[in-house]
Design a binder for this molecule. Sequence first.
Ligand SMILES: [Mg+2]
Length: 336
Amino acid sequence: MTPFPLPATAFTLPFVAPFRGQEQRQGMIVQGPAAGEFAPFPDYTPEQDARWLVAAVEAAVDPATGPGTALPVNAVLPDVPDADLAEEALALLRRTGCTTVKMKVGGRSTGAELARVTTVQRAAGGDLRLRLDGNGRYDVAAARELLVALSWAEAPVEYVEQPCPTFAQMVQLKADSAIPLAVDETLRRDRRFGDLADAADVAIVKVAPLGGAVAVAELVGSLGLPVVVSGAAESSIGASRDAVVAAALASGDRAHGLGTGTLLAADLTADPMLPTAGAVVAARRPVDPGLLAAAESATPPTERREWQERLESAWATALAGELVPATTLAALDAVA
Ligand SMILES: [Mg+2]
């Protein structure tokens, strides 16, 4: 087995509020001429891990810093209880200047979800576009009920993301939905799908889980749908790489889902990628060695070892599956 050729450091960063049921974000920073982030979620398969690692290596061997232009983004509401939602939304909108806001839906009654939407709408006052993410938690009947309720309420919903888990369910739903739909998990889990335009109006593209910039450029060309590049609750090392990839894609003035920096209570760079005036700066952020050392110390030794093993096994999977683009292998040969 070929050992992983670059130095990698495990990190643990606290979330502001639980995200995907977790209190902390863990992963590894891979260092070459630049830095890449390997931070697959605990429930990911070996193949998903391998794709993420390919993205991290591609970022680590690519020293390009990005255009430094302003990239419009949506703000992300943490999954706070109803009682805290108005205050949280108001603070978030003020701090970020975003008019597009993403929030999770699912797990509550339609009435309760609608009340949360109204709360955010009131907090925003005027200009608001909402992106609701169901993460596949609905069946078709329940999703339909939500979409009809949102439509009747004339809620300012830009789209509902992946309400149902499968491609076939999304197609059924889209046939009579007055509200635009987006696919996210479909692109990564359900790799065998038909014409995506039958299932959604927008495609959510996550750079690291899909395997990096080269993989994303190929995929976007074949989708035939408008694309929103979104983060995966990464530190600013991974998120700023995503922003540079997003800046290279034509997307009109549609906000990207890269305002996730506000979800973390700490970061790995002195210049975190946080939205201001509704945008982030599309430029790679350098690792701050002191902050990385602190985040490494926050990772118990057993977990550091588990991350190193996970990385080695992901690399073996990536090489065996020929998932690493030739350009990345060549750049790696030159530095490692
Ligand atoms: Mg999503």
